[in-house]
Ligand binder design. Structure first.
Ligand code: NDP
Length: 234
């Protein structure tokens, strides 16, 4: 059965791989993008998730063109790395505003239709560093840890409405976000990963698709690592 799926930040990186995985399975997929030319094959809606009005407009367009969102993947996210002593309040709040408050916005809006349909699947993209911590990423790690409390609260609040909320916590994935790391940093990271390599975006996408599938009907409030073993024990 073809469902109406929304992937925020589905225009590139992990989000694009997730969007492709759903489209390949026959779902109707909408993606958000902020600028430039979005990839073809999806309903591309221009939307910055830090802007409530743009989020509302995006949902209206999606509802109009492919129906209420039945599967939401909140993937859009940013980093602004800095050591605490050099981290400005803006560095902190802007990352929280996108990764946590932006996710709140898109989840809240999706829930309207899910409550009406009496079913829904929500998958939030967190990170291994939300649980493990990461020097120089206090803002990012706090936002990603926040997603866990957010998802688990909603899993309790809306479980009786047949809506599941799960979190995927990737390790290091080969995308634009990790391209800025130096070769030395990459070597050091890979040295700590039991599987000894970065993930490909498609490996994260497969887990997201599973969590949105019938096979995951009894899974909610879970945090699933896709990190090559980097965060084991957390
Ligand atoms: P990229 O930097 O490649 O892509 C980020 C995506 O988020 C882009 O599509 C970007 O849109 C979108 N985005 C950022 N800010 C906003 C905003 N305000 N409104 C709408 N969209 C926005 O990142 P990845 O693909 O690597 O990461 C995707 C998710 O996975 C993120 O949440 C990230 O934190 C998480 N993650 C990534 C890891 C990695 O190693 N790469 C590891 C663990 C988690 P635009 O093109 O318009 O900029």
């Amino acid at each position: 059965m073809s469902r109406s799926v929304l992937v925020t930040g589905g225009n590139r990186g992990i989000g694009l791989a997730i969007a492709r995985a759903f489209a390949d399975a026959g779902d109707k997929v909408a993606i958000t993008y902020r600028s430039g030319e979005p990839p073809e094959g999806f309903l591309a809606v221009r939307c910055d998730i830090t802007d409530a009005e743009q989020v509302e407009q995006a949902y209206k367009e999606i509802e109009d063109k492919q129906g209420p969102v039945e599967v939401l993947v909140a993937n859009a996210g940013v980093t602004k790395d800095q050591l605490l002593m050099r981290m400005s309040e803006e560095d902190f709040t802007s990352v929280l505003e996108t990764n946590l408050t932006g996710t709140f916005r898109v989840v809240k809006r999706a829930n309207r239709g899910m409550l009406r349909a009496k079913k829904g699947r929500v998958v939030l993209i967190s990170s291994v560093v939300g649980l493990l911590g990461s020097a120089g990423q206090a803002n990012y790690a706090a936002s990603k840890a926040g997603l866990v409390g957010f998802a688990r609260s909603l899993a309790r609040e809306l479980g009786s409405r047949n809506i599941t909320f799960n979190v995927v916590a990737p390790g290091f994935v080969d995308t634009d976000m990790t391209k800025s790391l130096t070769d030395e940093q990459r070597q050091s990271i890979v040295g700590q990963v039991p599987l000894g390599r970065y993930a490909q975006p498609e490996e994260v996408a497969a887990t997201v698709r599973f969590l949105a599938s019938d096979d995951a009907s009894y899974i909610t409030g879970a945090v699933i690592p896709v990190d090559g073993g980097l965060g084991m024990g957390h």
